[in-house]
Design a protein around this ligand. Sequence first.
Ligand SMILES: N[C@@H](CCC(=O)N[C@@H](CS)C(=O)NCC(=O)O)C(=O)O
Length: 326
Amino acid sequence: MATGITYQSKDGKFVRPDSTFRSFVSSDPNSQFPAEAGRYVLYLSPSCPWAHRTLIARKLKGLESAIDVYTFHPVMGPEGWYFSGEEGSLAEDPLHPGFTKIRQLYLKADPNYDGRFTVPLLWDKKTDQPVNNESSEILRMFGSEFDAVVPEHLRAANQPNGGLYPEALRKDIDELNEWVYRDVNNGVYKVGFAATQEAYNENITPLFAALDRLESRLSDGRKFLFGDGLTEADVRLFTTLVRFDAAYHTVMQCTLRSIRHDYPLLHSWLRRLYWDDGRFNGAFRETSLLDKYAHGYADARRRIVLGGAPLIVPAVPKEEELIPKL
Ligand SMILES: N[C@@H](CCC(=O)N[C@@H](CS)C(=O)NCC(=O)O)C(=O)O
């Protein structure tokens, strides 16, 4: 069976299904999944933008030795994510000898599982079961629940504005996350995996309108989306923007503008996160794979085209932008 990131509704629109495993690791030692160093492992492919969120948070919080990562091959295979022993991938699952595919883990957890076999997948080694496969929730857990085991200066309470999801900003962060997810994080997929010209046309305008809105948000000189402190909203936007010019603009037909040529403030913000190793422990740069993104998305689009997708004509900037008057 061919898999790929090609979820379509009847009218050709890309629709992302909800995640299935939704338990939480908690700082409460009496909870079902207490935050303990060495107990959990993240199965992921670093090329996936959703998994990338969790990898950044793990490094930002200094959790590298507390939470293991088992890495799949960077490009999805015909049966989904798999261990290949190549390009940074393990040869097989260290926890379940003989397992080489992500689907084996999902089916071990639930033999009747009929959803997508997605990364990231947070797994409890102690009870040998999945905890959570929703990146936004894993990102949030890493942001605060493990603070008892992270170095003191990296705890949420000791961050400039109270960590990745500070109490006072929660409502505003949720509100921004919602439209950034809809129009940007998932927006690039709605454009790139649209199966009709109508679905493509309908989604490309909100994507660039949202980027315009983010650009103007930074125009008051703020360093991060919510001021001087980095929040989860920055992490969530980063994983899309770091792929934008390399893969979304080139392969996913997000053609109207590029980040580096057309959004100077977003580009500076991206450079700040990517290069500020001292402040961020290399969490953004060292988890990014700029030379891998185009390959993964080109392969996913190839599957769509081979599956008989109709011609989608990419959007082109207007004359006044393409060839401005002298
Ligand atoms: N809601 C999920 C989405 C994750 C997701 O869509 N991951 C993709 C890779 S970028 C995947 O694993 N797809 C596998 C498949 O659909 O077969 C999350 O944010 O954690």
